[in-house]
Design a binder for this molecule. Structure first.
Ligand code: ZN
Length: 406
């Protein structure tokens, strides 16, 4: 009936209860009014690790302390620690969802660590952790209990999320770069105000001290976004503790909101950059097409004026030059229109950029060629045929390339 534990031989808790009970000549129901339960505890098969509360009852009936009862046994708090929590009075866990809703709970910790040691102080604020309801003494059994399940008493001070901080997290500020930046600036100003007030009040030792610091302008230099803590005469210690806790809540909330806004900003910046680069390409395509259309319109308008001043062969050559220019432009315009239609903002733009370049250089070389040919010999018919032929070939090559790429 002995169990070896870390080199020390320990007695099973059930066995110890049974021995002491029999020594005192008590019946099982005399130490616990649940016959089945005490029987299971003593046998130590179905109930190997009785609850602390149960053991305390048994210890009392055996006329000994709880500590004396568990001494030298295999029972340890670690074994019953699951489902017991301690609440930090001033450390909070915030959650901000995608719509900007902020929820808040006090931080909780398991009552015992893995070594079975009691968790007594908050690792974030250094304050004594709350293990029991202040009203009925009931232990806290869940990590998100805000009220005692035994009597309904609030387990900790509850703070409302300040409206001005809630307003900084809006659907707009979570999707718009400008709103987000502006609200982050406001938040930083606000949170630095709170920190100054917090530190000022924390250092104060009396109501007089507090009034002096305000009057001496210790805190007058800071902005008006945060209300001044309310410290009543004669209630200094109570008000100081209350206000400090409230500010500690807001400081932690500010830090959470800041993280959310900064994360949003990073996300929006990345999106903006991608958008800009694809926008540029789209604009490039559109502007090139627009310029070609404008050029054609101008060419046709000018032609109607100029044509009257030319005669015979010159007139034919001039007309032909314009006709070719317009024709070349129209081909480019139709290619650009196709590119615009196929433009995918999230897609790979290198191919589209390549096509755009080739359309530009094609247009330039054709315009230059036709100018040269005309100035050299004015043989427009040959020119026109050659250009038409080359355009067809280019168009075919393009089609080949496109079909290969697909
Ligand atoms: Zn209670």
């Amino acid at each position: 009936m002995l169990t070896k534990h870390k080199g020390i031989i320990k007695m099973k808790i059930g066995q110890k209860i049974k021995e002491i009970r029999e020594e005192k000549d008590l019946k099982q129901v005399a130490v616990l009014d649940n016959q089945g339960q005490i029987s299971q505890i003593e046998k130590g098969v179905k109930i190997k690790r009785p609850k602390e509360a149960t053991l305390r009852i048994i210890a009392k009936k055996l006329d000994m302390s709880f500590e004396e009862l568990i001494e030298g046994t295999d029972w340890s708090p670690r074994d019953k620690s699951k489902g017991q929590f301690v609440i930090s009075p001033a450390s909070y866990e915030f959650k901000i969802d995608d719509s900007g809703f902020i929820s808040c709970l006090n931080s909780t910790f398991p009552k015992y660590n893995k070594n079975g040691d009691l968790t007594e102080f908050c690792p974030h604020t250094g304050e004594k952790l709350i293990a029991n309801c202040t009203n009925c003494g009931r232990e806290i059994e869940d990590s998100d209990y805000a009220y005692c399940i035994g009597c309904g008493t609030k387990l900790t001070d509850k703070w409302a999320i300040p409206e001005n901080l809630n307003n900084l997290i809006t659907p707009e500020s979570l999707t718009d770069f400008g709103f987000c930046t502006e609200n982050l600036d406001r938040l930083m100003a606000y949170s630095s105000d709170v920190v100054v007030w917090y530190n000022t009040l924390k250092e104060c030792t009396s109501h007089e001290d507090w009034v002096n610091k305000i009057n001496k302008g210790w805190v007058s230099r800071i902005g008006n976004s945060f209300r001044m803590p309310r410290i009543r005469e004669g209630k200094f210690e109570i008000d100081k503790k209350h206000e400090l806790n409230g500010m500690l809540f807001e400081i932690q909330l500010c830090s959470k909101v800041e993280k959310k806004l900064r994360k949003t900003l990073t996300h929006l910046t990345n999106t903006e950059e991608t958008k800009t680069s694809s926008d540029k390409i789209y604009e490039g395509l559109f502007n090139t097409m627009q310029n070609l259309i404008n050029e054609n319109v101008t060419t046709m308008q000018n032609a109607s004026f100029m044509i009257a001043s030319f005669q015979g062969k010159d007139r034919d050559a001039y007309t032909e030059t314009n006709r070719k220019l317009i024709e070349t432009n129209e081909k480019s315009i139709s290619k650009l229109a196709d590119l615009l239609k196929s433009f995918d903002p999230d897609g790979d733009h290198s191919e589209i950029e390549q096509k755009l370049k080739s359309i530009k250089s094609e247009k330039i070389s054709e315009t230059q060629n036709s100018d040269e040919k005309i100035s050299e010999d004015g043989n427009s018919e040959t020119d026109a045929a050659e250009n038409a032929d080359r355009n067809n070939k280019n168009a075919e090559n393009k089609k080949d390339k496109e079909s290969k790429n697909e």
